[in-house]
Ligand binder design. Structure first.
Ligand code: ATP
Length: 289
């Protein structure tokens, strides 16, 4: 390698660029704590290791799923514990990195280039076309200029919107906007893909297509997908992470989740009954929503 010798060469190659394959897990949280708002500890001491595959994040309303995903997307900084993404510590007080747990700005930027994130609600300029919006996101993700048109085209095709690529965002249906959101999350070909409720608003045919896409992505990507639809998990996830009150309740395969339930548990399917059984000490017995 010759970089580092020429003072005119920018940007500097960071540790994250040089050592992308030295981690055991794409995502590793140890005693992770993340606040939502000023006070509430929405993630409260989470130990979780995730590698390649599709990880379905399930949990009741208010469990802390969105807050966890925001921390994984490096949008919010952990309040405690350790979090490593692609081998780079991103914050908290318990990390093991050379910077005492927090990534340096250069590492953080390099990391963000390798993360895809679909927030529960995302903003966009209504006058942008689909292509312009996804291009804009590619630019934010620092996709090399020459690769942008191809990357945008591929992402738009993957969500079945090639024929609407030149339509303005304001003319799209809610489900199509959601699919544009998925396209922008994919445009940088991320190593970690974070999708917060991606199937909301998708019609049944699109949900099926999306599950296929998830399975395809899970072959070489660490995908975390939060959902309320247990069928999404059954159809597309290699692994279930069940989360309640900021803590991990269960991690295992969909079959293991199903096996946790019995006929006495609430639900229309084995997975739903497993879900209810594992959360039985929580909301269900108190008869709350
Ligand atoms: N900005 C905020 N200020 C205060 N509390 C918040 C804030 N955002 C979220 N919370 C609280 O933090 C907890 C976790 O919220 P979060 O949105 O992460 O849950 P969730 O599992 O994604 O829920 P849902 O399934 O309803 O989307 C909830 O009790 C919520 O009320």
């Amino acid at each position: 390698m010759t970089h580092g010798k020429d003072p005119h060469m920018t940007p500097a190659v960071t540790a994250a660029d040089l050592a992308p394959t030295t981690y055991a897990w794409q995502i590793r949280a140890t005693g992770l704590k993340v606040r939502a708002g000023r006070r509430r500890m929405a993630v409260d001491g989470l130990d979780l290791s995730l590698g390649t595959g599709v990880h379905g994040l399930l949990g009741p309303n208010g469990a802390g799923k969105t807050t966890l995903i925001r921390a994984l997307a490096t949008v919010v900084r952990p309040a405690g514990g350790g979090l490593e993404l692609l081998g780079t510590p991103v914050g908290g007080t318990g990390g093991t990195g050379r910077t005492g747990g927090a990534a340096r700005t250069g590492d953080q930027r390099a990391l963000r280039r390798r993360i895809g994130y679909l927030p529960q609600e995302f903003g966009y300029y209504k006058r942008f076309t689909v292509r312009e919006f996804v291009e804009y996101m590619a630019w934010l993700k620092e996709v090399p200029k020459a690769e942008v048109p191809g990357a945008v085209q591929r992402a738009v095709e993957r969500v079945g919107l090639a024929d609407r690529a030149d339509a303005r965002m304001k003319t799209l249906s809610g489900g199509m906007v959601r699919r544009v959101g998925i396209a922008q999350a994919l445009v940088n070909d991320p190593a970690v893909l974070l999708l917060d409720e991606p199937t909301v608003g998708l019609d049944p045919a699109q949900r099926l297509r999306f599950r296929e896409l998830l399975q395809e992505l899970g072959l070489d990507t660490c995908v975390v997908v939060s959902t309320h639809l247990v069928e999404d998990v059954a159809a597309a996830c290699t692994d279930v992470v069940l989360f309640a009150e900021g803590r991990l309740v269960f991690q295992g395969t969909p079959d293991e989740l199903a096996a946790a339930g019995g006929p006495e548990d609430v639900g229309d399917s084995p997975l739903e009954r497993g879900y209810s059984a594992l959360l039985a000490d929580g909301g269900r017995e108190r008869g709350t929503w």
